[in-house]
Design a protein. Structure first.
Length: 543
């Protein structure tokens, strides 16, 4: 309340000061007119006709009048300058409140206000309003590599390109960071007009920018929404464009996407999954499933790869393809992974010692400098032997910070944990990574294995990887084995191990325990040391 009083009384004080100054000036001028003529005539008579000198009091009054007039003039001039400065300050404050200081574009609040007016004009003129949301891809990398000054210069260059691509009457805004928005009216029967602008923007953003003596490469993801498609307000239009931009980014970036209702339903499903995931992890609704790994030389069960499944109380079994990306985006992947490890280690403690467990590590987890210590802690607390654990990492996870990955892997290897390079053949610098990290195994990506007998290129790649593993003394495991013909081809090529649905679907904790009990591969069973490992044929029957 004090601030409001101060703000309201300051202008009133200024106004009262102006009134007082004006009154003084007027009074001084009236007194000057009244006394000045008398004093002036008396003085002239005194000097030229020898009359009596002017009354001293009147002379003093005249001088005071002159002083008051000068004071009033100076005060009036000062007030005029003050008003001009205050008006400029108010204009600047309004500009700062409505504009982005870096690009001169509208800010989010102003876009909503002016967009609402454009939305109304569109309805009145039987036009449609197109709103675009544009997000720069990989802008953070530019900031990290070259600094924020270069990043700001790039944003200004991007803003210039966006402004140049817009029609004559358009709204352009920077919503924060590297996110921009623009809106304009168009003929609803000609959406191609909007698409041409979107294509122009995406194309320009994918071309190099020359900034601060550097040649920078970025791209953009752009979402487009139109007001005449179930958008009752500017807020709904902005939300729709934002959803479409998210879809463009999800579809591979460097593209644009029109909004449709299916995107909103998909986003709603995703938000529901994210919300459910936050409670599902501590409740251990995300459970381990086990995919069999078979030795192709002996046809014996060698171990299992641990897979995550969400046993949802309402929706049933949810595939990891749906919730793992959400866990990675939200940072929940660390807790999820450690929970799966703990459950699988406890379940496998009394398995035959010859059976190993393979655990996948997310690229996001390899950014955690304490990851090795966390895994070792779970191993210690559950009593699971480190030498029965194989950690699988993908090539793509090594690009962010190879030095940190080497440190994590070194700590795990010192405890006896083995290391596998997963999805081999899909990366860009496989040989360099094989030299940089002490891998114990190579796993061929299933996309090559599944097309082994139909695609000559896939066959050549699988054969080359097998020869590479042989020369480096690294056993090779093939993923995605779904029929006996592929298995036979892999055996001929020289792959050491295989996994896939040919050997049975992934099993729950209860299912794998039942399988191992039938094969006498549980430690509490008598004679476990002498019992032969399960044959592949019987495994297939069990699957």
């Amino acid at each position: 309340m004090a601030l409001d009083l101060e703000q309201t009384t300051e202008p009133e004080a200024g106004k009262s000061g102006d009134i007082v100054t004006g009154a003084i000036s007027v009074a001084a001028i009236l007194m000057f007119v009244g006394t000045g003529s008398s004093v002036l005539s008396t003085t002239l008579q005194h000097y030229f006709e020898g009359g009596a000198p002017a009354d001293r009091t009147l002379v003093i009054a005249l001088l005071l009048n002159v002083a008051l007039i000068l004071f009033g003039w100076r005060r009036h001039n000062a007030l005029r300058i003050e008003v001009r400065v205050r008006a400029a300050a108010e204009e600047r404050a309004h500009l700062l409140a409505s504009r982005d200081p870096l690009t001169g574009f509208l800010n989010r609040r102003s876009l909503a206000e002016e967009g609402a007016a454009m939305f109304v004009r569109a309805n009145r003129r039987r036009k449609a309003m197109a709103l675009m949301m544009l997000d720069l891809d990989h802008f953070k990398t530019i900031n990290d590599m070259h600094g924020h000054a270069v990043g700001d210069a790039l944003l200004r260059a991007v803003a210039n390109e966006i402004a140049a691509a817009m029609p004559p009457i358009a709204l352009t805004a920077r919503l924060g960071g590297d996110e921009f928005s623009c809106g304009f009216l168009f003929d609803p029967t000609q959406p191609g007009t909007v698409e041409r602008i979107a294509e122009k923007l995406v194309s320009r953003m994918s071309q190099p920018f020359d900034v601060e003596g550097l040649r920078l490469h970025i791209s953009c993801s752009l979402g487009v929404a139109r007001s005449d498609f179930e958008c009752p307000s500017i807020d709904a239009l902005m939300r729709s464009a934002d959803i479409a931009m998210y879809q463009a980014k999800k579809s591979g970036r460097n593209r644009f996407a029109w909004f449709d209702q299916s995107m909103e339903r998909e986003l709603q499903t995703r938000n529901e999954l994210e919300s459910g995931l936050r409670t599902a992890i501590p409740r251990q609704e995300i459970v381990p499933y086990f995919e069999q790994q078979v030795d192709l030389t002996t046809n014996k069960l060698h171990g299992f790869e641990v897979l995550a499944r969400w046993e949802h109380p309402v929706r049933g079994l949810i595939s990891p393809e749906l919730f793992i990306p959400i866990a990675e985006e939200t940072g929940m992947i660390a807790d999820l992974s450690l929970s799966i490890m703990r459950q699988s280690f406890i379940a496998a403690r009394d398995w035959d010692p010859s059976l190993s467990l393979s655990i996948n590590i997310s690229p996001w987890q390899l950014r955690d400098a304490w990851l090795a210590q966390k895994i070792i802690k779970v191993l210690t607390e559950t009593g699971f032997p480190a030498n029965r654990l194989e950690v699988e990492i993908t090539e793509s996870s090594l690009f962010d910070n190879l030095a940190l990955a080497q440190s994590i892997v070194g700590s795990l290897k010192n405890q006896g944990v083995r290391l596998a390079l997963d999805d081999f053949g899909t990366g860009y610098s496989s040989l360099a990574h094989l030299r940089a990290l002490p891998f114990d195994r190579i796993k061929i990506d299933k996309s090559f294995v599944m097309s082994l007998n139909e695609n000559a290129d896939s066959a050549a790649i699988v054969n080359a990887i097998a020869r590479l593993g042989e020369s480096l003394n690294l056993p090779v495991t093939a993923e995605g084995v779904e029929d006996a013909a592929i298995e036979e081809r892999l055996r001929a090529i020289g792959c050491a191990k295989a996994q896939g649905w040919l050997y049975g679907r992934p099993l729950s904790v209860t299912g794998v325990r039942r399988l191992l009990a039938e094969r006498r591969l549980l430690a509490q069973q008598q004679g476990i040391a002498e019992a032969p490992a399960a044959e592949v044929t019987s495994q297939r029957l069990a699957g």
